[in-house]
Design a protein around this ligand. Sequence first.
Ligand SMILES: Nc1ncnc2c1ncn2[C@@H]1O[C@H](COP(=O)(O)OP(=O)(O)O)[C@@H](O)[C@H]1O
Ligand SMILES: [Mg+2]
Length: 315
Amino acid sequence: MKVGLLVGRESSFPEEFIKYVNSSNLGIEAEMVKVGGYKADELSKYSVIIDRISHEVPFYRSYLKAAALSGTAIINNPFWWSADDKFFGTALLERLGIAIPKTVLLPQRGYIDAITGESLRNLEFPLDWKAIVEYTGMPAIMKPFDGGGWKNVYKLDSLEELIYYYDRTGTICMMLQEFINFDRYVRCYTIGRKNVRIMPYDPSKPYLQGQYFLDKDYLDPKLEKRIIDDCIKLNEALGYDMNTAEFAIRDGIPYAIDFTNPAPDADLHSVGPENFKWMIEAMAELCASYAKGKHQANRDLKWSSFLNPKLVAAK
Ligand SMILES: Nc1ncnc2c1ncn2[C@@H]1O[C@H](COP(=O)(O)OP(=O)(O)O)[C@@H](O)[C@H]1O
Ligand SMILES: [Mg+2]
């Protein structure tokens, strides 16, 4: 039973994961995926593929969707990952009873050339900026509805500032969000939707310079339990098997800030050796349980009921 890794530039996670799995007695083997021209009738040899990069490489995304036709469990589900966005996630969490900052989706400022004023007849114009800002309050955060890596994230102190930066967002769809003036901040790995590790995190520090730190008394037990429950709830609902969720804590309430990170930071030098070890072991166990069919991977997709069960069971 083989586990394949599909990775980008990162170095510590793939190497260590492969080493760990291949010297363990979990009954699975791990290796880097190698793929070239992929045939439509090809059978994937992998029981599980861990995907860390298909959001940047469309060829990989399509390959993974096709590999799912062979019954390969893909972590994370490429179909859902393609459909997901941060605003939907925020609206979903609100319905799940998880605390979120007040958030508004904004129409894009710019469009491709082929789109003219006539193409946009459904849009309210001008926007009621006053009402929007009354809802979120100030300061506020403006960020892309499907961004990552802190790109195009703005903290804004006034309506004037908001308009100034909005006017420079081009074709990126943005959302405006209440700023949570937090006293603590955590980032949480959830592996297999149920296995949670809370990592105290200082977002004011630069990457690789002590953002993650260890403090077992950082949260009181009640708050810790609430965050663990929130992580499980949101990952069950979104169907992610490998994800991090960030919470900003204000007045003892954990507000979910950024919780769709399907290829989360897994660098030893960033998350630190303890978190890294936890993550490698949790991922290895999850892969083993999927490969051995102990847990059903995320195959609850309509087309799967039309497949020849023999082909899928071959995995
Ligand atoms: N609503 C908010 N309140 C307070 N801080 C925020 C808020 N949204 C984002 N931030 C800060 O900005 C950082 C980047 O935003 P985030 O939503 O995590 O985007 P990305 O997906 O690019 O990491 C967060 O780690 C946090 O420190
Ligand atoms: Mg983030």
